[in-house]
Design a protein around this ligand. Structure first.
Ligand code: GAR
Length: 217
């Protein structure tokens, strides 16, 4: 079977990109990365493709007068590379409605909270301020509103006594690295259907154990 061709968009250190690179290194994984684009020339994540043959482009948003002309060049680069699914991996720019319309249910994002809670850039601070006992991460299809769209997969992560933003972010990040490749696999295997604002995993019939925090005795 043909592998699903991924275009990955980054702005920073690219640890989720690394998780996808590692997953794609398995010959049995049903997707491959055809292009990585960074909107920042100094993104640490750019170095992650060096030991691979993955094509990499820097398209600096600061060189563009408006959001849509930047998005048009990103769109053209992804199409030239043959991308079929766009994975936002710490891509810290809002995509225009025009761009999102070009790729219906073909853009996914990972966000470090259990959406729809704690949207935005300070999810862990919001979780700590709210005193939730479980937070986590979400992989979702992208809509033009920030951190919104049909949810594909989530992982719940405990908040512990004494946590600060860094310790919580690190615990959630470990879950992100497991979630993102799994969610992309579900899409590549054709197991997700999207209707309006809801994504369904059609064969998801087996419940894992509930996660208690504090742990149940
Ligand atoms: C990740 O925690 C990702 O969930 C978050 O940025 C970080 C990027 O890390 N994304 C968002 O907050 C999007 N709203 P990475 O560059 O190491 O993958």
């Amino acid at each position: 079977m043909d592998k699903l061709k991924l275009g990955v968009l980054i702005s920073g250190r690219g640890s989720n990109l690394q998780a996808l690179i590692d997953a794609c290194a398995d010959p049995g994984y049903p997707a491959e990365i055809v292009l990585v684009i960074s909107n920042r020339p100094d993104a640490g994540g750019l170095a992650r493709t060096q030991a691979t043959d993955i094509a990499t482009r820097v398209i600096e948003h600061t060189n563009y007068e408006d959001r849509e002309s930047f998005d048009r060049d990103v769109d053209a680069a992804l199409r030239d590379a043959g991308a079929q699914l766009i994975c936002l991996a710490g891509f810290m720019r809002l995509l225009s409605a025009w761009f999102v319309d070009q790729w219906p249910d073909r853009i996914v994002n990972i966000h470090p909270s259990l959406l729809p809670a704690f949207k935005g850039t300070d999810s862990h601070a919001q979780a700590l301020a709210a005193g939730v006992k479980l937070t986590g991460c979400t992989v979702h299809f992208v809509r033009s509103e920030m951190d919104a769209g049909p949810i594909i997969m989530q992982a719940a992560v405990p908040v512990l006594y004494g946590d600060d933003e860094d310790s919580l972010a690190a615990r959630v990040l470990t879950a992100e690295h497991q979630c993102y490749p799994r969610a992309v696999r579900l899409i590549a295997e054709g197991r997700i259907t999207v209707e309006d604002s809801r994504a369904t995993i059609t064969d998801n019939l087996e419940a894992g154990p509930p996660l208690y925090n504090p742990p149940a005795d």
